[in-house]
Design a protein around this ligand. Structure first.
Ligand code: KE4
Length: 436
């Protein structure tokens, strides 16, 4: 099915005149996959509609937040009600307290929260907090992990940084990243060696408990537990970056799923229900190092603004409905199975691999298994791009990069999965031409 793209093309030309690359986040520009991005006019449930009237089944879900689907009526109503009372006051509101209470009820490892306006701010705050609380400077992060674009964390980063081939960005002074120690994901022996070498200088280990920014890579058995033990033994703090996995893989996040308690948790995406919200959370003893109680400075004009809080509260309240995670699991498992069948029918069962945790999954165009960034980079990007465009032309909207995740929402139906599988068969055949 050939999509009309005239209006999106014109819109992109206009955007490129005034926005860098025509976008406000690099991965949206389609640099890695080629072609031009559809401009979205509106979305509802599991569907997107672009300016040319093309409709898509959406598996980007605005990169994770849209776990209920787009424009859920109760979320829209909550946002409108809040906005009518004033968008932001820069003063305390009860909505912030209420959202914090809902988050703390879901995360037993946390006693206090500080809201920010993005995941980047949350992780940037988390490493400053860890350094301030421990008096140490070094941070261990994992190669291919992406924690937003704070200077210290743009070291061998995944997601858009990898997609654009700048895992360690220009503009970041070497002495800023000199305290960032990269290790391969799923390699606890490598972190043990870093602790042996840097021991009491390591403030924290920062990890995506399920890696979602180099494709989807689950933690190897014992990996998270080993990090927990190493941090405890050495007096370092374990930071779980759950910006993507928080309220995604389970109501209790990856820490609930895998039973490993971090000292600090960062959140974002789903807790804002599509509006700008990030959060740092942890035990009071640690969190109280943050201003105004402690000396570790952190602030934000729009942090905790009532409209974003209302979107987050409505979203988390809807996610508390009985059975919603079970339904997400069923739909996601059916999608993965349908895609695997389509790949097999195209003769690719030995050439691609599917990895999934809950409602975040991905198809790697490499035999797999994919356990870390080096494995992920063996993917055939030309084959991925052929698959991506065939799916887009069919009306299936995916992240424009091999190094991202697909997200399933509560709004995706069995029919959506069947339709997706139908287009996937054609798309895998397009990829097979490159892989054979
Ligand atoms: P934001 O600053 O984009 O809200 O959050 C940064 C961040 C932090 N931690 C994790 C685990 C994340 O996945 C992210 C952001 N995720 C990417 C998608 N993989 C955002 C998409 C984009 O950069 O446009």
């Amino acid at each position: 099915m050939s999509r009309r793209t005239d209006k999106s093309k014109i819109a992109f030309e206009q955007a490129e005149k005034v926005l860098v690359g025509g976008v406000n986040s690099p991965v949206r520009a389609y640099g890695a996959v080629g072609g031009q991005p559809p401009f979205i006019a509106r979305a509802s449930g599991a569907r997107l509609m672009d300016l040319d009237g093309n409709e898509y089944i959406d598996y980007v879900g605005t990169w994770g937040p849209a776990i209920l689907g787009h424009a859920h009526p109760k979320v829209v109503e909550a946002v409108c009600d809040a906005a009518r009372k004033g968008a932001s006051f820069g003063a305390p509101t009860e909505a912030e307290t209420r959202l914090a209470e809902v988050i703390l009820a879901a995360l037993p490892s946390c006693e206090k929260v500080r809201f920010t306006s993005s995941g980047t701010e949350a992780t940037m705050t988390a490493i400053r907090l860890a350094r301030g609380a421990t008096g140490r400077d070094k941070i261990v992060k994992f190669i291919g992990g992406y924690h937003g674009h704070a200077d210290a964390l743009l070291v061998q980063a995944g997601s858009g940084a990898t997609t654009l081939g700048v895992p360690s960005s220009p503009g970041v002074p070497a002495d800023t990243t000199s305290h960032t120690l990269p290790a391969p994901y799923n390699d606890a022996e490598a972190t043990a060696r870093l602790f042996a070498e840097h021991g009491e200088d390591i403030a924290a280990v920062l990890v995506e408990p399920v890696a979602g920014n180099m494709g989807v890579i689950p933690p190897a058995d014992g990996f998270l537990r080993a990090l927990r033990e190493q941090c405890t033994r050495r007096g370092a703090l374990l930071i779980f970056d759950e910006v993507m996995t928080g309220f995604r893989v389970a109501r209790g996040g990856a820490q609930g799923l895998y039973g490993v308690r971090p000292d600090i948790t960062t959140l974002g995406k789903i807790i804002g229900g599509g509006l700008p919200v990030g959060a740092v959370a942890g035990r009071a003893k640690i969190m109280d190092h943050l201003a105004p109680i402690g000396p570790v400075y952190q602030a934000g004009t729009l942090s905790g603004n009532p409209v974003a809080m209302a979107a987050g509260l409505a979203t988390l309240e809807l996610l508390a409905q009985p059975g919603i995670y079970e339904a997400l699991e069923t739909t996601s498992a059916n999608l993965s199975k349908a895609l695997q069948t389509a790949a097999s029918e195209a003769g690719l069962s030995q050439k691609v691999c599917f990895q999934r945790v809950g409602s975040m999954l991905c198809c790697f165009f490499t035999p797999g298994p994919v356990r870390n960034y080096d494995d992920a980079k063996t993917s055939n990007l030309e084959a991925f791009n052929a698959w991506f465009h065939a799916m887009l032309d069919g009306g299936v909207y995916l992240a424009p990069s091999q190094f991202e995740a697909m997200f399933v929402s509560a709004a995706h139906t069995a029919d959506d999965i069947e339709t997706t599988a139908g287009f996937a068969k054609t798309a895998f055949q397009a990829a097979a031409k490159i892989l054979s």
